[in-house]
Write a protein that binds this ligand. Structure first.
Ligand code: NDP
Ligand SMILES: O=C(O)C1=N[C@H](C(=O)O)C[C@H](O)C1
Length: 242
């Protein structure tokens, strides 16, 4: 039985995680939102789960470090400086950061990496995502995770090959680039498609989240998996044994 604390507890994901915990052997030790103190929460937990805001990241990592407990970071919209802060924290505590905690997306990323590795760069890669109207960041964390998987498969750096936000006279598609398109509307929990477009044929690899329970279940599984692990930065494939 683990005592789990939720950062972003009143949010859509925070509430979904609380529901998963209610039906589990674990205990919801507490939850905080904007303006609350993560250090006070960390002091009464075995592990933290953070689905809040990039602005909260530094304080959340500091609280986990001070308490000497692991933390799962599901928050998206992270920039390079956030990843540097996570790498730094992972020298002191176990940390897992991912744009998607679901089993399906974790497997999809593996399939995308494989497909990109086997097909030449004459196969164009485009990533399309759709989310609910309240989502604040784009492209989604999952789209970026899938883009990273495609880039790894191709042996290229995503940041050097990323094309997002096309508008106007864009010119022809750059060879080897990885494109992103973000749609927003309604209550969509999360749809992602990776399209590999070749000469006269096309492969589409897709995942559709029917609700947030899949993310909440994965987050709780990751949090309990981190307990007792050595310091370091971990990934969802490690948690799920994929
Ligand atoms: N990795 C994954 O699998 C998934 C990741 N996500 C990501 O999780 C994040 C949250 O999503 P969602 O639950 O839909 O968003 P919501 O807006 O519904 O919830 C966010 C919560 O975080 C709180 N919050 C905001 N700022 C802070 C802060 N500085 N300190 C503590 N709490 C804060 C908000 O509190 P208040 O209302 O008081 O501001 C709110 O309760 C997003 O980045 C989203 O993309 C979502 C689904 C799956
Ligand atoms: O904000 C969301 O809702 C989601 N965010 C994550 C993302 O940015 O990919 C995961 C999921 O798609 C839902």
């Amino acid at each position: 039985m683990a005592r789990i604390g939720i950062i972003g507890s009143a949010g859509r994901m925070g509430q979904a995680i609380a529901r998963v915990l209610e039906a589990s052997d674990h205990v919801l030790a507490g939850g905080i939102d904007q303006g609350d103190d993560p250090a006070a929460l960390a002091a009464q937990c075995d592990v933290l789960i953070d689905f809040s805001s990039p602005r909260a990241l530094d304080a959340n990592l500091a609280a986990a470090r001070r308490a000497g407990i692991p933390i799962v970071i599901g928050t998206t919209g992270l920039e390079a400086e956030h990843h540097a802060a996570i790498d730094d924290a992972a020298k002191a505590i176990p940390v897992l950061q991912t744009g998607n905690t679901s089993l399906g997306v974790t497997l999809l990323a593996h399939l995308v990496r494989e497909a990109a590795a086997r097909l030449g760069d004459d196969w164009d890669i485009e990533i399309v995502e759709m989310h609910h109207r309240m989502k604040v960041d784009a492209p989604s964390g999952t789209a970026l995770l899938l883009g990273e998987a495609a880039a790894q498969g191709r042996g290229i750096v995503l940041a050097d090959n990323k094309e997002s936000g096309r508008d106007g006279i864009t010119g022809a598609r750059a060879i080897g680039s990885i494109g992103f398109a973000a749609l927003r509307g309604g209550t969509v929990a999360g749809d992602h498609s990776v399209i590999l477009a070749g000469e006269e044929e096309r492969i589409t690899l897709s995942h559709h989240a029917e609700n947030r329970t899949i993310f909440a279940r994965g987050a709780v599984r990751a949090a309990t998996w981190l307990l007792g692990k050595p310091v370091g930065r971990y990934t969802m494939p490690e948690v799920l044994g994929l």
